[in-house]
Write a protein that binds this ligand. Structure first.
Ligand SMILES: C[S@@+](CC[C@H](N)C(=O)[O-])C[C@H]1O[C@@H](n2cnc3c(N)ncnc32)[C@H](O)[C@@H]1O
Length: 244
């Protein structure tokens, strides 16, 4: 069963319309990296593709794209945005990754831990990705680490027709981040409220690095994609992992 309170209708729309900057910059940076590694065409799989911002970009650059996401609402936005990409609904932790040259995952998707992916195991996922990628292929992703949030961190955004409050709490003993999202939405039918609570498992750099090596990759830790540096200063990083 798909959880309706995980990237539901309103949060998915807001993510797409007002928080797309990360995906837009990541797309440009990842494209630069693919050029550098001479992967100028082929099939790219986007894990946690969200509203399809990267899918649209890579289709425009001549790649074929499969996007995977477990939010029905995100997939519907992505399908409207990008007619030529293929989208799959479900958790990438429990599905077969299609054969490809490149796998990407942007926006700390691997960290999400909820009812649909309680058995989220990066180690198993990396092995699955290694088998799916062609030789000389690349796996590029970013992730949250312990220290992503200092202690408690509250933020608020407001637009004409919505207001969003986000409260982060990091459990330093268990390496979890809880993100409580409260939305107030104004529609023609009136104003109403919606809440989502996201739980992220925070991974140490060394833990993921050794799982990548164990799967057969040569990983390089990165602070950004190409010329784009991740905008979160602490507790955030990425890997560019090459298949040998
Ligand atoms: C912060 S958004 C990032 C979306 C997009 N990659 C971007 O950079 O804008 C996280 C996305 O990951 C998806 N997601 C999280 N865990 C997932 C999983 N195990 N399988 C599929 N999608 C997942 C969520 O539904 C959501 O769309």
């Amino acid at each position: 069963m798909i959880e309706s309170d995980f990237y539901g209708k309103y949060l998915s729309k807001i993510h797409d319309s007002d928080f797309g900057f990360f995906a837009e910059n990541a797309a440009i940076g990842i494209f630069e990296l693919l050029q550098k590694y001479d992967i100028t065409e082929g099939h790219l799989v986007d894990l946690g593709c969200g509203s399809g911002i990267l899918a649209k970009y890579f289709i425009s650059k001549g790649y074929s794209v499969t996007g995977i996401d477990q939010s029905q609402e995100m997939i519907s936005i992505a399908k409207k945005k990008t007619k030529n990409a293929h989208f799959m609904l479900g958790s990438f932790y429990s599905m077969k990754i299609p054969s490809c040259n490149v796998v990407i995952s942007t926006g700390e998707c691997l960290n999400y831990y909820n009812k649909m992916n309680t058995n989220s195991q990066p180690k198993k996922l990396f092995q699955e990705i290694y088998s799916a990628i062609s030789s000389q292929g690349i796996f590029i992703f970013d992730f949250a680490m312990p220290g992503r949030v200092e202690s408690s961190n509250k933020k608020k955004w407001r637009r004409d027709n919505w207001e969003m409050k986000v409260e982060h709490r990091e459990n330093k003993n268990l390496n979890y981040l809880t993100r409580k999202i409260s939305l107030k939405i104004k529609t023609k039918k009136g104003e109403f409220q919606k809440q989502e609570t996201h739980r992220l498992k925070l991974y140490e750099k060394e833990e993921l690095e050794s799982s990548l090596i164990g799967a057969g990759f040569s990983p390089k830790f990165v602070h950004g994609y190409g010329l784009y540096n991740f905008p979160f200063h602490k507790g955030y990083g990425g890997f560019l992992a090459k298949k040998k």
